[in-house]
Design a protein around this ligand. Sequence first.
Ligand code: PEP
Ligand code: MG
Length: 591
Amino acid sequence: MAEHYKKSEITLKGIGVSPGIAVEQVQLLSLQTQPIVQRDITPEEIPLEIARFEMALMATHDQLKLIQKQVADVLGDEHASIFEAHMLVVDDRTFIEDVIRGLEKDLINIEPILQTVANRYADMLAKMEDSYLSERATDIRDVTKRIMANLVGKTLDQMAQINDPCIVVAHDLAPSDTASIDRKLVQGFVTDLGSVTSHTSIMAKALEVPAVVGLHNITAVVSAGDFILIDGSRGRVYVHPTDARLAEYKKRAEDQEQILSKLDTLRDKPPETQDGYLVPISANIELLEELDVIEARGAKGIGLFRTEFLFLTGDSLPDEEEQATAYEQAARSQYPSNVVIRTLDFGADKLPSNFQMPDEMNPFLGDRAIRLCLSRPKLFKTQLRAILRASVNENVRIMYPMVSCVQEVLDANAILHECMDELRTKNIPFNENILIGTMIEVPSAALVADLIAPHVSFFSLGTNDLIQYTMAVDRGNENVAHLYQPTHIAILRLIDNVVKVSRKHNLWTCVCGQMAASPILVPLLIGLGVDELSVSPSQAPLIKGVIRKLHYSDAVDLARKALTSSSAEHVEKLCHEMIERVAPEVLELSE
Ligand code: PEP
Ligand code: MG
């Protein structure tokens, strides 16, 4: 028996967010925003610490220069000027020498000294009467964060350094980290933070990598090189798995394989209930690499193209030409099925590392998605023109994210019409009748769906955010995950309202949030009357399997009972009972 299996097994329970079983060695990634650790140093180590500091300053300077140029290109010079101020901080010899003096005096590592000196400068400036000087306090704080990240080393860089097969264990992963992994080497993700709908989970599904999140302290439990087994369906992690455990999971993996290969045979069959009711299944995609698997997994077309993921990797924001090429590739690959291209849902946790945003108290309630695009018309118009150019294929549709009121739709449509005029002037062809839709993922939008309806052709229910904003529960916070209830009566009522409005106005309603990919909840959604389900390609076989075993009349009955029920728990029980009756085998593949 190998040495590593002799250690006692530790079982941990988290949230299974991407199915599959993997056994590999741990690759432990350091935290992105690590707490600052203080350690004593010897006088001999001083030059080493100064060298680390100087290197972090140089790296910060180079990054700021690059970002300044990119922001100037996209948003104009006035937005880029903030980086000039940041570079002044990095180059300020008085500030640098103060830090070095502190290091020599206190004989501790550079990070806590830098933080103390930066805080002293920032506090002093913040108290100044002169508003120019007091605003420099924010510059000092922002730039210190960047220097600190360069001192600590970012997760992104560590991802690039993976050379052996492994399971990545991290406190948290940013979407840009997961987008840059080598799929041949990374066999799974495990994180302290996260939930079913956090963006790490979405990426894990897109990459078809098993993942368990929300484990609280796995980074403290495992060490680099430990062997772990992860079960992405049940949310289990076994550290130092025993031989018996490995044997149990070998059998389980074989059983899952069998169920999946049966589901594979449905690939070319329609997603139709036993009594002939058709529920189209389209795909949620984040990466162009996924285009090839959509049809292979039995889905048709794209119900949600999360375009912001095209922007999360790489050193610069893609220009109009590059974007048009990507959208055309997606449109052509799915023709004649529809391709719904969602405009940038930037903001909060989805920001490219080189996109500078002022700090916000509540970024998830802040300047993001359609709000961010409306206030940065240059960025928005570049994307809209690129989508319009791809629309010559006539299967392309546009969708706005995070709409919270009618005016945003009107404003976005006005900008879209400006883009159309610009293309006409240049004789660039596009589909004049392109269909426009909105995400319904903010409760206010669900409640005024009747007012939005005249200005759009379709709705797409983004249940991940709709639940988050209705229940006031951070969708990525495992501490409040028990309050994140898709079957809460408030959610069902909002969906019911949107579907009724949609039918009255002859619109089409898709569900593209995670609810659509949950086999247990699919009968309920169908019964509530949604027209289409958009799921990550890896989930499509499972969802088709459920639909084809279901009777539409039973689904309608279930939804009727759910709407008159008084608790989320009761609705969940009804849903469970139905799936156990109709398609119990799919429970083996989902939590
Ligand atoms: C949603 O909110 O349900 C959704 C599909 O959008 P995202 O997960 O990208 O926020
Ligand atoms: Mg959303």
